[in-house]
Design a protein. Structure first.
Lengths: 368, 397, 368, 397
């Protein structure tokens, strides 16, 4: 348990710097805010720049298969930066979840997804925890799929949907072109990861994995482990922005940041964020290393960082005062992202309940 | 008469019965009825005779309103004029001239004239005494220039209570004056201020050469800080707690729990119960506060009440989203609209969560309220102040 | 629900003043602290002064039966003051719990207990919640009682024990002279309400109530409702003492009470205590009025005030700094009392679980 | 040699093997063995040659200790000399003269001489720079008078690190000097200080005309504040986190949960899991901090670590009592004893609960640590200070 490196490597620092520069240029708060009013003109060019130009769509794909051959550690750094910029791109859904499934299946679609040419999404409600009951549509003998999957993230940006479907005794995974499905965007709490309801009506699927449940759970677990890094990025933006604002903002003739009650709350937030960094790094490192402790690491990170990011965003709003409540100032984007991230891929409460099973701290009597 | 003095509730009942005997709400036109009710002293029970009241204990107000409601009488739509009824009216009563009370109180109470509040500015939030909006004397008038913010009902208001700086050479608290501002003045520019929920519940108000007659000054020149504080104290006391168990947000969350067994989880159960207890205790605390106020023992507990209310509304709405899970990820509508009133129950859980964030900022931040409790109730030393005695003009901003 | 008076009456204020004066004279922190070292010379004279001289042993007993004919509201005020002084007297166990049981039974022992001449205690673990499983000893056909009851409060000060014992199909209550029992004092977390283990070995009992369970539960519920007022008194001592200390204590050239972070914590504590006062008063008023809402009122008060008193004592220790950790300074007495009170008569967690049943917020599906 | 430089762990292993080849722990007398180990540079791996070390990375210390433990070698009983090893030694190394290092470090490391710390005073707790203990020069000696408090191991210590005021006419931080004080001096009076648990883990130390040779001054006259801060920084870094999951208090509470199904309750379950997660994250945070330190990236995160440690130990012990219920109402023993070491696991839950209250006070209160983080890490403005530049003598106390 002790050998994993919890720091950032030089390569990871370089990746962060490159991505942060790009996001500072392209992903302005005003452009992000516009997606709430239905102006999604930011999304496609930004995703192209991230996925194809920087090559991050193929981060987790081996070089032999056209990818960058990096690990979950680098993907975590990408998510930190995407969280920090509240960037509305389908990296988690396509470059992590869908890519892991395609890798698992050795599917032919992989190179196109890895290059950023195509974008894929797993058709499952964003709220699904890795250990929860999996939603699956119905299938018939001709691999035609019928059913509704609500609140799917990444579907609106995808050209291929990976759809779990019930067969006789298991869950299979099918690829369905979006053109064969009805994808209805949903007004979402976090419009930077907008959801869609997917309806399939005898849609023709192509079998990707016949026994897909383990792979789907592994992909969701990886996503939960890495979402903790996005939550860390959100938290860092909130702390840094609030500290900077409070150094400038004056009330009662003094910088507000000099008032001790606020200083202590920011110190506590800093303490929480340093802790979140350790949890998120450990989850990413355990995922990258294929460590057996991953289920614990992922649930610990998702539970801790999920609550912490919400706290960070709530403190940012409160300590900004009125300005933090305005549409014009970007703090609201982070509150919405933090709260939605907390609910995504299993709430902290669900992950702690799962930890009770993993570490033998259940409510049940032993042997019950 | 000794009997009447010892039985104010009975006296009130007799007054209402006598009024209703000659004013039938079923047949009278609404506004005529309301005006007559005001003139009969049956508007604000604690206000003096001649200004809509009878000088009876304020604790009887719920009785009064209930008697009229039971008689099928129209009300004055109080939710549309919260600032007017809760803040402007008691301040005008306390500091206004006879002419001001005569002119403003009746149409305010009947709802004919809506009021708003022009206090906060971008540079004067918690530090309200720092207002930079200038009022310069010009004969019998004042010429006002500046920018105000966080103004609810500015787009529907006929008048505003306004604090402006009349002497920048005095220390910050001493150079302020309080005015009654006509919102129909051509120099008043109201712009909606969109907020975190997508709505524009508040406004920014830009004041450009707005002219206010000196007769609309409330209180003495330079006395604005004292008058404004009276207004704010009314605001904080007005935030009462619910009288019925499980009213408000806790009831919404409890209903979700009861109606959706499939969403339950032991951790959320524990958190719900803890907050349920705290909400029930807050309800009792509000009752106790009202009992104190009815006995004329007003205290600064209103600040504590508001602190608790803000914390609970935030924690409960946050919990509600975690309970809802997938449904919590969805939102009703981000379209910008200008609502007339704040309505937590009429929106989805996501809206409630976002809107509740304002509860600890509007009407005095929780941080300011903690300062007030620490200093005024507990008598702890005030913060070191560098800005209290120097001319406002010289302060860094 | 709204008619109960949550304020203090003039009579209650007078009672408080009288008792506070007496406690200030007799119940010094040094004398209280000495009970931890086995010097209990304070206890008997203090109890005589409170019970007999002030007549508080008979507070809840009608005047016709030799008592003061007061209500639970006055008993609550007494407990506030006893909590405030951390007074080691068996008021709750004898003048509330045992007295209510004797009243219920119309027992002949009542006048002696009401006058303070005799002291009684219910033989049940102090930790027992009003709704919990009740401990009961065994009985034989000759009303001889056999069994062990651990962690009984008030037993060491009592001359009569009221012992729940199992009969064929119910729980009966017997009176047993302490001389017939073995009462072994226990080293307790709170030595100001020291526990004892009671062992009965064919001890001869006198039947007080044949079907005693409802009366025992009612007495425990009353005790829980009123213990909230003791917790309120503990909390108030903690806040007032800490505020006074921090106005005097200087560090960095300023009174420590002027540092904003501490001011805000004390403001939050004040807010909590004002809330606790409402909860405790409501529980006392509901008990006094025989209100049907008592079960909710008692559990709300015991849960809220129990946690609050612990917070108040913990904040008192922390904000005093090192001096708060010393044996010499009285703060430690209040931490021990607050923590023990939290565990007494059902923990906050147990009372909240009970509330879930009372207000239909259980984990179970409806109808399950 | 390039190989050795790139493989410090290998180099260390070779040194240890060579030492053990000529020093058999099974046959050597304990003290002789320890002295030889020190002289071989195998005591503190990061200390320089000649002072018990080899100048290798400090991250190798656990390896070094493990190698000796595996060889069955006696250790230096570090728990009996925590102040000496953790605070006095690095400060003497950093600020001591060659003679001082030569005289003190070896017997300190071997445990022949125990050290304690005479810093805190009744009037100088968080505000350490406010110490009033006076040291007055008298020829080649200093004469010290004053009262210290919160001194652990004072009754077993041979020496103390001491901060005293040598010039009251200078501002408070400037008039302090740091000394190495002989606890055998007849003017040193050690009295046990009983605390909340019933024990006397600490002492009060009264200094009456204690004479300290100037050769035992550490650092320059008036330089005591800088030296003392170096000591305190060592203290805070020394409070590390556990390397193994569920070690420490969380493991005790988890065991109680597992072994007592009859005590379980959904609320306590939720709280236990939340704290379990936080304790696991604290463990990882400690690991990450050690990895940073090993790379020479020390930061003020030690303060954050200590904050978390104190909060968790308090919340977990409080929860444990609630879980235990009836058993939590009982206590082991209030008898005053003077323990040699702090041992949470060896006592009952009530003791742990009470003792943990000290975790947020000793070694820098949590409030002071938050100030440090806010000002030194986040760069927020310092508190307004009135006491920094005036002569100490003139300050109100």
């Amino acid at each position: 348990m002790t050998a994993l490196n919890l720091l950032y490597t030089d390569i990871e620092d370089d990746l962060r710097a490159t991505l942060r520069d790009l996001l500072a240029d392209l992903c302005t708060p005003a452009a992000v805010s516009a997606v709430y009013d239905g102006d999604r003109s930011l999304v496609a060019p930004l995703w192209k720049a991230v996925a194809a130009d920087l090559g991050l769509a193929g981060l987790l794909v081996p070089e032999a298969l056209g990818g960058a051959g990096a690990s979950a550690r680098e993907a975590a750094v990408v998510l930190e930066e995407l969280g920090r910029a509240s960037a509305p791109v389908p990296f988690l859904t396509s470059a992590v979840v869908a890519t892991m499934l395609l890798l698992n299946a050795g599917d032919d679609l992989l190179p196109a997804v890895a290059s950023g040419e195509r974008t894929a999404a797993l058709a499952i409600p964003l709220s699904t925890a890795p250990h929860a009951l999996l939603a699956a549509v119905a299938t018939d003998s001709q691999q035609r799929l019928t059913g509704v999957v609500t609140s799917v993230a990444g579907a609106a940006e995808a050209d291929t949907l990976l759809v779990p479907a019930s067969t006789a005794d298991r869950i299979a995974l099918y690829a369905v072109p979006v053109a064969s499905a009805s994808v209805a965007p949903v007004v979402s709490l976090d419009m930077t990861r907008q959801l869609a309801d997917v309806t399939l009506d005898y849609a023709q699927g192509r079998l990707v994995l016949a026994d897909a449940e383990p792979a789907i759970r592994a992909a969701l677990r990886a996503a939960a482990a890495l979402l903790a890094s996005e939550q860390l990025g959100v938290s860092r933006w909130c702390l840094e922005t609030t500290v900077a604002y409070l150094k400038e903002r004056r009330q009662f003739g003094r910088p507000v940041g000099g008032f001790q009650a606020l200083k202590h709350r920011l110190a506590d937030l800093y303490t929480g964020i340093e802790s979140a960094a350790a949890a998120a790094r450990y989850a990413a490192a355990a995922l990258a290393a294929g460590d057996l402790d991953l289920p614990v690491a992922a649930s610990v990170a998702k539970a801790f960082c999920g609550d912490l990011a919400v706290l960070a965003a709530e403190e940012a709003i409160q300590l900004h005062g009125g300005i933090g409540m305005t549409w014009e100032y970007p703090a609201h984007l982070y509150l919405k992202r933090a709260k939605a991230d907390q609910l995504a891929l299993g709430t902290p409460a669900e992950h702690r309940a799962q930890l009770a099973e993993l570490v033998d701290l259940t409510m049940r009597a032993p042997g019950a | 008469m000794a009997l009447a003095q010892n039985d104010p509730a009975g006296e009130l009942r007799r007054h209402v019965a006598a009024f209703l005997a000659t004013h039938d709400p079923a047949t009278m036109e609404r506004l005529s009825f309301l005006r007559a009710r005001y003139d009969a002293g049956l508007a604000w029970v604690a206000f003096p005779s001649g200004h809509g009241g009878l000088g009876l204990p304020g604790a009887l107000q719920p009785d009064l309103d209930r008697l009229f409601a039971e008689a099928g009488a129209p009300d004055n739509n109080p939710r549309a004029n919260i600032i007017g009824l809760g803040m402007a009216a008691p301040t005008i009563l306390a500091f206004g001239t006879a002419e001001q009370k005569e002119r403003y109180l009746r149409p305010l109470w009947t709802g004919e004239e809506i009021w708003c509040q022009l206090f906060s500015e971008p540079g004067a939030g918690s530090d309200l005494a720092n207002v930079a909006t200038r009022a310069v004397r010009d004969g019998d008038e004042w010429v006002v220039n500046g920018q105000k913010v966080w103004t609810s009902s500015a787009h529907t208001a006929r008048f505003a209570i306004l604090v402006a700086r009349t002497d920048p050479d005095l220390p910050k608290h001493a150079g302020l004056t309080y005015f009654l501002c006509d919102m129909a003045d051509p120099g008043v520019d109201v712009r909606p201020l969109r907020q975190i929920t997508g709505e524009a519940e508040f406004n920014e108000v830009f004041l450009t050469d707005v002219r206010i007659p000196d007769a609309q000054r409330l209180g003495p020149e330079g006395g604005g800080w004292k008058v404004a504080n009276a207004t704010l104290n009314n605001e904080r006391v007005a935030i009462g707690a619910a009288a019925v168990r499980e009213s408000g947000i806790v009831g919404l969350v409890a209903s979700t729990w009861r109606e959706h067994p499939e969403l339950r989880n032991t951790e959320l159960h524990a958190r719900l119960l803890k907050l349920w207890v705290e909400a029930e205790v807050a309800r009792l605390t509000g009752q106790r506060l009202r009992q104190k106020l009815a006995l004329g023992q007003p205290g600064p507990e209103g600040s504590a009440m508001k602190l608790t209310f803000a914390r609970l509304s935030q924690q409960l709405t946050g919990l509600e989203l975690e309970l809802l899970g997938e449904e919590g990820l969805r939102y009703s509508d981000w379209t910008m609209v200008q609502p007339e009133t704040v309505d937590f129950a009429g929106h989805d859980a996501g809206y409630r969560y976002l809107r509740a964030k304002g509860n600890s900022i509007e009407g005095g931040t929780s941080e300011i309220l903690r300062n007030i409790i620490a200093e005024r109730v507990l008598g702890l030393p005030a913060e070191p102040r560098v800005d209290k005695h120097r001319p406002w003009r010289e302060l860094a901003r």
